[in-house]
Design a binder for this molecule. Structure first.
Ligand code: ZN
Length: 290
């Protein structure tokens, strides 16, 4: 499980990795910079596109291109020409908010969460954009809407509001996209850091990035037991995702933001992109069906 530094990106806040199986590419973002990166593991090339606004996350779209959650709205991104098309603007009244983590559900909706960029107010919410572009608010009162994922059968939704140190589970109605019956699934103890991004493996276990904890940890959502922990040479570990042709690799993003010069000197790989072999495979990323 030894993590390998595959890209010395030195990103301020690398986040939101997602594997595009068709293209064999990994998308990831540097949030405040507004940069979308397209990493090609075959060549080692990393292409950078400036989206012109802070970007929380992206997801592949079924018809080609991507959807992205930008400060300013949820947009479709044409990768060929870089053109953006506004799909929905959920928070025109919250100028202090920005988007954070997001992902598509198995039915092709795009879910994206927001947060107060100053990390003061519980002004964040989780939105669900349907393929017909109708928008619904799933959760409100969030501080740092973060990692999300589904059980392999799609019937359970997991979501992290980082300051709660909790991965919450909900019944997920795939037909309507509605949430019900919130309950805690995993509580991350303080000595492990803060739960950030998350990936679900094919066995239904949760891989949680540990901000301030320098690791990614595997938890059993039924009971919350810690099953494994992989240390990385970066303190702020932000998000994991499964990738590679066999979906048997775990790509992990990290951040430099908030680290002191001494911490950066001790962990110079911070802000880089890592890859490890977790010993279990993941599920393909779902696409936006709009
Ligand atoms: Zn995050």
């Amino acid at each position: 499980m030894q993590p390998e530094l595959i890209l010395k990106a030195r990103a301020e806040l690398a986040e939101g990795p997602v594997w595009d199986a068709r293209a064999g590419r990994l998308y990831w973002v540097d949030i405040h910079a507004g940069h979308l990166h397209v990493y090609n593991p075959a060549s080692g090339n990393d292409l950078r596109l400036d989206l012109g606004a802070p970007v929380g996350c992206v997801a592949p779209a079924r018809g080609g291109g991507l959807v992205a959650a930008l400060k300013g709205g949820l947009v479709a991104v044409d990768l060929a020409c870089g053109e953006l098309e506004l799909l929905a603007d959920p928070e025109p009244d919250k100028p202090g908010n920005r988007f954070n983590d997001g992902k598509c559900d198995p039915a092709g909706r795009f879910l994206a969460g927001s947060m107060d960029d100053a990390e003061q107010d519980a002004s964040g919410a989780l939105y669900s954009l349907a393929p017909d572009r109708s928008l619904r608010t799933l959760l409100t009162g969030l501080r740092i809407s973060n990692g999300l994922g589904w059980s392999p059968d799609g019937a359970t939704f997991y979501h992290i509001d980082t300051p709660t140190r909790t991965v919450s589970a909900y019944d997920y109605d795939l037909a309507t996209g509605a949430l019900a019956h919130p309950r805690p699934a995993v509580t991350v103890p303080p000595e492990l850091g803060w739960p950030d991004g998350m990936a679900v493996d094919a066995e239904g276990m949760l891989w949680v990035a540990l901000w301030g904890g320098g690791a990614v940890a595997r938890f059993d959502p039924s009971g919350g037991r810690l099953l494994a922990k992989v240390d990385l040479p970066a303190l702020h570990v932000t998000c994991p995702t499964f990738g590679g042709a066999g979906l048997d690799e775990l790509y992990v993003t990290t951040a430099r933001i908030g680290l002191s010069p001494a911490q950066l000197a001790a962990a110079p790989a911070s802000g880089g992109l890592f890859r490890l072999h977790p010993g279990v495979h993941g599920l393909p990323a779902f696409e936006f069906a709009g």
